[in-house]
Design a protein around this ligand. Sequence first.
Ligand SMILES: [Zn+2]
Length: 175
Amino acid sequence: MHSRPEEGEASPRKLFFADVMLGKLARWLRILGFDTLYGAPADLSEVQVLMSRGRIVLTRTRRWSGVYGVLILEANDPMAQLAEVARRVPLYEDEVRFLSRCVRCNVLIHDVPRSRVFGHVPDYTYETQERFAQCPSCGRFYWAGSHPSRMQEHLQSTLRWKADSLRGPGNGPIR
Ligand SMILES: [Zn+2]
């Protein structure tokens, strides 16, 4: 996996729409910081609206095959699908903003003062973590912990990316 020659953006520029069969893939793309909507388009015109808004449409079905901008994935396993997207789109390490986005809501999370989370996270977490972030939409708090490091290992083995790409603000309790 090569890095692009130019500098990375403040936030990844590639936008995705994951068809309803690809919920786990959508989650992984959000974990990497990519703006990823998820759902079931009723028909081709809805798909075309998504594409006109700059989204790359990911699907496993062939019903939109031949439509420019639709990527029909071959892989079954979510991590293999992520590797396939990374290869075919492609995705670059310097585009990744690891755990910068709420995995549920797809919106960017913001750093919050530690005092804000008191009483809202487990005591042990409050005592042992220094940085917290919050989703402005659902209010969920994020913090660094054991899950992100396991997640990073998982991503590194799938994407062959360096650990540096997989660090970011927020971090969080991904369940
Ligand atoms: Zn949220």
